[in-house]
Ligand binder design. Structure first.
Ligand SMILES: Cc1cc2nc3c(=O)[nH]c(=O)nc-3n(C[C@H](O)[C@H](O)[C@H](O)COP(=O)(O)OP(=O)(O)OC[C@H]3O[C@@H](n4cnc5c(N)ncnc54)[C@H](O)[C@@H]3O)c2cc1C
Length: 376
């Protein structure tokens, strides 16, 4: 028994192995999977494929409501007119790994105490292991005047498939005035993207002979141009060379689209606002935790999925794991980070499965046969 206890907490990796799963719940659930993945974005699809290799076809399901899977990094190029929005889209069916079940539903509730998930179309799905990959939530509505302002021209956002083409239209139709790019007062996915569209717009306006008619400004909530000093130092050189005006600690709080006005609050002097007239406005919306995670016992105090950063296992529920933008991992929220995390998570789950198989074997094998069978 001491050997069993030792196996249940694998100290070297910090992994907790689950010895008692609630199995009664799957009797009442409509469906049951050994591995259930929530969200079929970058992290969910990557983990679906890895888990199928580890657990076999038929044992893994991905819950994702959208018929279309988007590769979001392309949206920066779509907003700058270098790619079509259609190039970022694939039918979800075509990216779902073969042998992985696609549950085309929206998750409404996660109940980790009963190992079940409820969907908006009334399904109850039980699981042995769960990977949460639900992404980050956009909050355009937290800026006064949005999202209605997108019905007007001259304003766009690369952060959504509904608004990315509007960025390109605003850039293409630019005549004369301010081109304004924003960065919100929250964590964001791909913190480089709000700036990349500014550099691409600058290049486009130069190419089309309109640059001398444009004042380009980057109004960011941050006290720095970029979070990593090494890159910020280089970027300061570039913005100087290209005559791009950087306004720090300026947070977009309102868009008056009928007047082409954007209102910014000075975060160092709360209540002090500046109204900027724009000929083009690119909005990076405020973002926050996925509400399904936030409203479950899986969220941390803010609502991000609460993970052990070394192995991507949930801090309280050892059969729950996570990946990507919905988590509180101390990495950037990017596809590149997801790629690195998927290898770590795969290793964690593979170890857990091996240890559990060994525990099962030891419990099923008379003590006298252990040393012979296992060389222990
Ligand atoms: C404009 C832009 C530019 C970017 N550029 C880069 C870049 O250059 N390099 C880079 O590495 N990264 C970039 N990124 C970031 C990258 O796309 C994300 O970090 C990555 O997609 C995160 O993967 P994820 O699986 O965590 O979330 P996502 O890929 O967003 O997937 C989340 C999935 O969960 C699903 N979902 C949400 N709620 C529910 C629910 N209730 N039930 C079921 N499913 C649900 C969604 O439909 C979605 O499919 C960029 C992003 C944007 C928007």
């Amino acid at each position: 028994m001491a050997a069993l206890r030792r196996l249940q907490k694998c100290q070297s990796s910090g992994i907790t192995v689950i010895s008692h799963l609630h199995t009664s719940s799957h009797v009442s659930a409509n469906m049951h999977y050994k591995m259930l993945v929530l969200g079929g974005g970058s992290g969910g699809i990557a983990m679906g494929a890895r888990m199928k290799r580890l657990m076999g076809a038929g044992n893994v399901a991905v819950v994702e409501p959208s018929e279309t899977h988007y590769y979001q990094p392309i949206w920066t190029l779509v907003g700058a007119g270098a790619k079509k929005a259609t190039s970022s889209a694939r039918p979800t069916a075509s990216v779902m790994p073969s042998g992985v079940k696609w549950v085309k539903s929206k998750v409404q509730e996660i109940n980790p105490d009963t190992n079940t998930v409820r969907t908006d179309d009334g399904k109850e799905i039980s699981y042995e292991y769960l990977i949460v990959a639900l992404g980050i939530q956009l909050h355009f509505e937290k800026i006064k005047g949005l999202p209605e302002a997108f019905e007007h021209p001259k304003i766009g956002s690369n952060y959504s498939i509904q608004t990315v083409d509007k960025t390109w239209k605003a850039l293409k139709d630019f005549k004369e005035g301010n081109a304004v790019f924003t960065f919100p007062n929250t964590p964001v996915k791909c913190a480089g993207a709000p700036q990349k569209i500014m550099y691409l717009s600058d290049a486009y306006l130069r190419k089309t002979g309109k640059r001398n008619k444009a004042k380009i400004m980057y109004n960011t909530s941050l006290p720095v141009l970029f979070g990593i000093k090494k890159y910020a130092d280089s970027l300061w050189e570039i913005v100087k060379q290209r005559d791009l005006q950087i306004n720090l600690r300026q947070n977009l709080i309102e868009v008056r689209a009928d007047k082409q006005e954007a209102v910014f609050e000075n975060l160092d002097k709360p209540g002090e606002t500046t109204v900027v007239e724009y000929e083009m406005l690119h909005v990076t919306p405020p973002m926050g935790p996925n509400p399904i995670v936030k409203n479950s016992p899986l969220g941390d105090e803010v609502g991000w999925l609460d993970l052990n950063k070394d192995n991507l296992q949930h801090k309280k529920y050892p059969n729950v794991f996570g990946i990507g933008d919905c988590t509180n991992l101390p990495t950037a929220k990017t596809g590149a980070a997801v790629a690195a995390q998927s290898a770590v998570l795969s290793r964690t789950i593979s170890r857990i499965l091996k240890i559990r198989n060994l525990i099962k074997f030891m419990m099923a094998t008379p003590l006298a046969h252990w040393s012979q069978a296992t060389n222990l």
